[in-house]
Design a protein around this ligand. Structure first.
Ligand SMILES: Nc1ncnc2c1ncn2[C@@H]1O[C@H](COP(=O)(O)OP(=O)(O)OP(=O)(O)O)[C@@H](O)[C@H]1O
Ligand SMILES: [Mg+2]
Length: 269
């Protein structure tokens, strides 16, 4: 099975997630009403953290699959493997979640191959069925099964959009970077840096986000700010930290990088 597949059963401690709207209520209602959920938003804005947080809060296993362009339906459903001279069926993460209950989270779902949607369709309408052609089984999803998918609408091309017949099977929520105050809190909470340092990083991100689309493919994410704050907390100098955690990850272009350093210098004062 692909190394991109990760199985994780949440423990009693719930990963920290700072809500930015009513997303927790939406998730809980979707869970109770057995509706699938699609999360969209830029890289590093908290989608994965949100799903881990909700799975832990609800006390259910989470099966995360990072989709890529080689991912096939069999990677999700399972396959026959040879073990000790015998052929045995091994469930994939989606089948495990359907068989035993839990949340199956398909990250970057638009990257997956077309045959994956064939598997998802009967599971995401009111039938909630997973047909396993190879074993001849037709599994009915239990009440405590939920499918969550996410993607980043920014860097996909047109061919990689989900078909309307797939999209319209999901409730959908748009994620974005938190407002300045919330993001400052997240940085302090995640890394232990002080308020003033966190605030400067958030102001830098705000300025860079306003440039995004002009010079940069993607804006500075909350994830990059966390990296930067982690370096600062470890004693790395401000200049080295912003270079390694913000400027270099965002661009390879010398002019753009110089522009970013200049903008950061102005904000830092
Ligand atoms: N609302 C939030 N509450 C707590 N932490 C957050 C929040 N938003 C972002 N983070 C922090 O930012 C990091 C990156 O978020 P996450 O990995 O969830 O992004 P993502 O949206 O899944 O990105 P990608 O599309 O690249 O997978 C997290 O590890 C966490 O430290
Ligand atoms: Mg993610």
């Amino acid at each position: 099975m692909s190394s991109a597949l990760k199985e994780f059963t949440p423990k009693a401690d719930v990963p920290f997630y700072q809500a930015t709207g009513h997303e927790e209520q939406l998730f809980e209602t979707a869970w109770q009403r057995k509706l699938p959920l699609l999360l969209k938003g830029p890289t590093g804005c908290g989608k994965t953290r949100f799903v881990s947080h909700m799975a832990a809060k609800l006390g259910v296993p989470l099966y995360t699959v990072s989709c890529h362009d080689d991912l096939t339906a069999a990677d999700l459903t399972g396959r026959y493997l040879i073990k000790g001279g015998e052929t045995v069926w091994v469930d994939g993460p989606l089948t495990r979640a359907v068989r035993h209950g839990g949340i199956c989270y398909l990250d970057e779902v638009v990257e997956a191959r077309k045959d994956v949607t064939v598997v998802l369709h009967p599971l995401t309408d009111d039938r909630r069925l997973l047909p396993l052609d190879r074993t001849g089984e037709l599994l009915e999803a239990p009440d405590n099964f939920m499918l969550v998918v996410s993607y980043n609408p920014g860097y996909q091309n047109l061919l990689k959009q989900l078909k309307p017949s797939t999209r319209q099977r999901f409730l959908a929520a748009e994620f974005d970077f938190p407002d300045a105050r919330t993001e400052t809190d997240i940085l302090m909470r995640e890394t232990g840096i002080d308020h003033d340092a966190a605030e400067i990083l958030v102001r830098i991100a705000g300025a860079i986000r306003n440039l995004a689309g002009v010079d940069l493919e993607e804006a500075a994410s909350t994830r990059l700010l966390i990296y930067c704050a982690t370096l600062l907390k470890a004693g790395v100098s401000f200049d080295d930290a912003v270079k390694a955690a913000i400027v270099e990850p965002l661009s390879d272009d010398a002019d753009i990088k110089a522009g970013l350093h200049e903008a950061i210098g102005i904000i830092r004062g």
